[in-house]
Design a protein around this ligand. Structure first.
Ligand code: ADP
Ligand code: GLC
Length: 476
């Protein structure tokens, strides 16, 4: 058995803002089938403390970045957790990264430095006798872990997964001491990034292996356009960088057993869900495809492109049902579009159950992202026979088989990809979507291909287990 410590800032179903939580929630179970036992160190946010059941204090810290804290062990939802119960850092209202108005917490550097520091201490001294063989951090919130491992003289190998390179976790160099970082290592080879402290850079410099969540994104990261300032260090480390595509939790996302929908085993069962979904969104009947989109509303997700390309979808008789929240200007623009077009309906908010209903009732799932490290909603779409219409980038390039003439004639297509990532190309893709939808035999074949595509974790979990095994051998 390989003992692995996950270091992560969100974990489904306890606390989630995006796909990172889904991965942290599902991968441990998949790894168990490959001889790995995962425990996850997670911040004790106010929102989760009530739902942990019985916890056991396994460690006490007199001063964890500004206050006393404890480490609590518990098991919930099949996850083995080590909760950093530090009220001065995590016991507050608002979001996990920012206040109710959406502004980042000013002490985020300390909050996630504390998470990373605790991870390093667990690797050093163990937690109630449990010591990991591998520490596996996710995104910048876990980024300082290798610095603390180094400071404590711990040799446990550190694996780092980039879920989104756009978030660097940078902060002013004045905070070196507050963050318990060594000024000797404040240089370009470690965690200095244009004069600032960068948690992400620390991880990219200090990890024994770097993974990211699709093969195409791993290649894209090496370019200035996608690397967002980190492409240089990634090029230097390319020998240790690899892409491992995300899977989905096939129990949570299973159309045959999903408690939020009218369950179905073949795409024919989608019709009743479509009727229900139209009702939920107040949409009437129409001849074209009902497109759904579930997302954070940010620049990354290409929502502005969608708004500009919408006329092409509507001209083909298509409809749009969208669920999301985020940038206020995008929310306003979407609500405006909904008020102007009877075939456009928008719900602003976060609603897990509704997202399941949308996967079941939609004909197509839209993911027009400018960049997408992996993306999960297109994978849900495949499993639910809701054909993905996606930008040709990152994980969207790797998980969808575009309905090109060749793919159609050999009967393997599962969706539609568009490139370049512009409103014009998306509009053209809407044209292709409506044309395919008007050919029921072709459409049904694509649905059945999609529903058969492997979207679980097994293969990818085996790849992670392989990396752990390799590092353990090298460390022995
Ligand atoms: P990202 O992590 O960049 O946000 P992913 O596609 O990897 O993108 O994961 C997003 C996850 O969050 C999916 O599980 C998606 O269903 C969920 N999600 C995003 N927005 C909402 C929302 N408004 N309501 C419910 N689920 C949402
Ligand atoms: C990030 C990415 C998304 C990916 C998710 C989980 O949030 O934006 O593409 O699926 O992490 O790895």
């Amino acid at each position: 058995m390989t003992q692995v410590l996950f270091v992560v800032s969100e974990c489904a179903p306890l606390i989630k803002t995006g796909g990172l939580a889904d991965v942290a929630g599902a991968l441990p179970q998949a790894l168990a089938a490959h001889g790995c036992k995962v425990r996850t160190v997670l911040p004790g946010y106010r929102a989760i403390m009530g739902g942990l059941g019985k916890t056991k204090v396994v460690e006490r810290y007199d001063d964890l970045f500004g206050g006393p804290a404890t480490l609590r062990a518990c098991s919930v939802h099949g996850l083995d957790l080590l909760i950093v119960d530090a009220p001065h850092l995590f016991d507050r209202d608002g979001g996990i990264y920012g206040d109710a108005a959406g502004l980042d917490w000013p002490d985020n550097p300390e909050r996630f430095a504390a998470l990373s520091y605790v991870a390093a201490m667990i690797a050093d001294k163990g937690a109630a006798g449990w010591v990991p063989d591998i520490v596996h951090g996710h995104d910048w919130q876990a980024g300082l872990t290798p610095e603390y491992l180094h400071a404590l003289g711990v040799a446990v190998p550190f694996v780092f997964t980039v879920h989104n390179i756009a978030f660097h976790g940078n902060t002013s160099a004045e905070r070196l001491q507050d963050l318990r970082l060594s000024s000797d290592r404040f240089d370009a080879d470690h965690f200095e990034f244009w004069g600032q402290i960068s948690a992400l850079k620390a991880a990219l410099a200090g990890a024994a292996k770097i993974t990211t969540v699709s093969q195409t994104y791993a290649q894209e990261l090496l370019t200035p356009e996608f690397g967002i300032g980190m492409d240089g260090i990634l090029r230097a480390r390319r020998g240790d960088l690899l892409g491992i595509v995300n899977g989905i939790d096939e129990d949570v996302w299973n159309p045959a057993t999903d408690p939020d929908i009218k369950p179905y085993k073949t795409a024919a069962g989608k019709a009743a869900n479509k009727t229900a979904l139209r009702k939920t969104f107040g949409l009437g009947k129409s001849d074209g495809p009902l497109c759904v989109l579930v997302s954070r509303l940010t620049e990354q997700k290409g929502i502005d492109l969608l708004l500009r390309a919408l006329p092409e979808l509507l001209a083909g008789g298509g409809q749009l049902a969208l669920l999301g929240s985020g940038a206020p200007e995008l929310e306003v623009a979407l609500l405006e579009a909904a008020s102007e077009h009877p075939n456009v309906a928008v719900k602003i908010g976060y609603d897990e159950a509704l997202s399941h209903k949308m996967m079941a009732g939609g004909d197509a799932i839209l993911v027009p992202s400018r960049f997408e490290p992996c993306g999960l909603t297109q994978l849900y779409g495949l499993r639910y026979g809701t054909l993905p219409l996606v930008a040709l980038t990152g994980g969207l390039a790797d998980t969808v088989i575009n309905a090109s003439p060749a793919a159609l004639s050999s009967g393997v297509a599962t969706g539609i990809q568009f490139n370049p990532i512009t409103a014009q190309a998306l509009g053209d893709a809407f044209g292709r979507l409506c044309a395919l939808y008007a050919q029921p035999t072709v459409w049904k074949k694509m649905q059945s291909n999609a529903m058969k595509q492997a979207v679980g974790w097994d293969t990818s979990a085996a790849e992670y287990a392989g990396i752990y095994a390799q590092l353990r051998t090298a460390a022995a």
